[in-house]
Design a protein around this ligand. Structure first.
Ligand code: PLP
Length: 485
């Protein structure tokens, strides 16, 4: 159908509802000025007859445009184009770069083999979770709703306090716990609470790139402190920046080397914090999922001075889509954390919090962790066996195999190229601050390696990495990255 300078064509083979096809053509014509302000649209009946569609369909299309204030009903004078369209045309040439382009391959994408930071998707306890969620939504619908506790729902905070006592050796009261939506969110909460902008912060080198970004964004200057077989070299930190405000560490399993911080280093670090009024931020990201041996107790559980801020998340054990993490504050800082939380409201999804509280209370979480550990062990072993001696497989870094590449390899560029083959290993050099120390390599996440994709993933890795290096025999998997200065 054609009227004025508008031509409407209905394509019944498209999966787009007919009313939407009509409204979208009219919308473009109004925005582009082909239908001028005040112009009268054909009546519902005329348009319906001409297009061979129901009258109600045209009515829906017109109502959509009226909701967008692009047209209005002028009674007997029919439907007319609004005098001034409510919104200016969207300029399609505007393109805003998405964040984290140098770190993440994209957002909201299904995980590829070797991708890190995503738990096994096929092992998410969907049935139990759905039951817990349904119950939480029902209960919450009849719960009193006043201002929400900015620290998070008390039931979940109480459950986390019990869980931490049993599993991580931390003794704390629920009022020391602040719910967040991720580790990063917890770090932001902690850094805002500490008000340490302008000061320095020890950062493990290599260490989690997002933590470094977080420090920088919060106005702190990260000081790279090398890591060796015992964890962060405290003496080097003292030599480099004795008066640092903060030390960000991963004592349970250093990320990315997988090293557990030795008891001596733990004592040294706690002593430094007590002596210098420093704060230790403990990123407990992978500690519960230690695949060999027992998980070490959290540093916060060994802290007699009240200097450790402990951060955990359910993102790596259940799913990042739940958006639940937590901070355990030292008693002395808890009131300040409370104020910051009241400002930031870092946790707001109460029904998820209640569902998670039941999940913990009913014992599902500990069972789930046990199951995940054995599943990840299986996946790791299968991957090791499959990579075989071509890669000299031998090491774990948390839930990833650490594969070193020969010096001089551009691991970032190589990681981008292997993406085209449908695999997403994470390059190692972005984990370093001090470029002189940076060693190229790949972290091969094992969490989503299954029977169905294992062979293809290894083949893809072998083809490109092997070709790049000439001889696959050059490749090594190392137990530790040698990072002493
Ligand atoms: C060491 C470490 N800490 C924290 C995180 C991220 O936690 P979140 O996504 O909850 O911010 C990651 C993610 O890979 C990590 O490797």
């Amino acid at each position: 159908m054609t009227f004025s300078r508008v031509s409407i064509v209905i394509d019944r083979s498209r999966p787009v509802p007919i009313a939407e096809q009509i409204s979208s053509t009219l919308r473009s014509a109004i925005i582009e000025g082909r239908l001028e302000p005040g112009a009268r649209l054909p009546s519902w009946l005329d348009m319906a007859t001409q297009l061979g569609v129901a009258r109600g369909t045209v009515k829906v299309a017109y109502e959509t445009l009226a909701d967008e204030a692009l047209v209005f009903s002028a009674g007997a004078a029919g439907t007319r184009v609004a005098e001034k369209p409510a919104c200016a045309p969207i300029r399609s040439e505007i393109s805003i770069p998405r964040p984290l382009q140098d770190i993440e391959r994209g957002f909201n994408l299904p995980p590829l083999p070797f991708q890190m930071g995503v738990p096994a998707q096929d092992a998410f306890p969907a049935k139990i979770w759905a039951r817990m969620r349904t119950r939480a939504v029902r209960d919450y619908a009849t719960a009193p709703v006043g201002p929400l506790d900015p620290r998070g729902h008390p039931e979940l905070r109480a459950q986390i306090a019990s869980y931490l006592a049993i599993s991580r050796g931390i003794r704390c009261v629920p009022d020391q716990i602040f719910l967040t939506n991720s580790y990063r969110n917890g770090l932001a909460l902690a850094l805002l609470t500490l008000q340490a902008h302008g000061r320095t912060a020890w950062m493990e080198d290599p260490g989690y790139p997002m933590a470094r970004k977080g420090l920088e964004l919060s106005g702190l200057q990260p000081v790279p402190v090398p890591v060796d077989g015992e964890g962060l070299q405290v003496a080097r930190g003292v030599a480099l920046a004795p008066d640092a405000a903060v030390a960000v560490v991963t004592p349970g399993q250093q990320a990315p080397t997988g090293v557990a911080m030795s008891p001596a280093r733990r004592r040294e670090l706690l002593a430094w914090a007590a002596r210098e009024d420093g704060w230790i931020i403990e990123d407990d990201y992978l500690s519960e999922l230690k695949l060999s041996g027992r998980a070490l107790p959290a540093l916060a559980g060994e802290d007699p001075f009240g200097r450790v801020i402990h951060i955990g998340t359910f993102g790596k054990t259940l799913s990042p889509t739940l958006g639940v993490g937590f901070v355990v504050s030292p008693v002395s800082l808890a009131p300040r954390f409370g104020e910051t939380a009241a400002f930031l409201t870092p946790s707001f999804n109460v029904t998820t919090q209640l569902a998670l509280a039941s999940f913990l209370a009913d014992g599902h979480y500990l069972r789930h962790l046990r199951h995940m550990k054995s599943l990840y062990r299986e996946r790791r072993d299968a991957l090791r066996a499959h990579l075989g001696c071509d890669f000299g497989v031998e090491a774990m870094s948390g839930l990833a195999i650490l594969m070193r590449l020969p010096d001089g390899t551009d691991d970032v560029a190589l990681a981008r190229r292997v993406l085209e083959l449908g695999i997403a290993p994470f390059p190692l050099t972005p984990w370093y601050i001090d470029e002189r120390r940076a060693a190229p390599g790949f972290l091969l996440g094992v969490t989503n390696i299954r029977k169905g994709n294992l062979e293809k993933a290894c083949e893809a890795l072998r083809s490109l990495v092997g070709r790049q290096m000439g001889e696959a025999g050059h490749l090594r998997i190392s137990q530790k990255i040698v990072v002493s200065a």
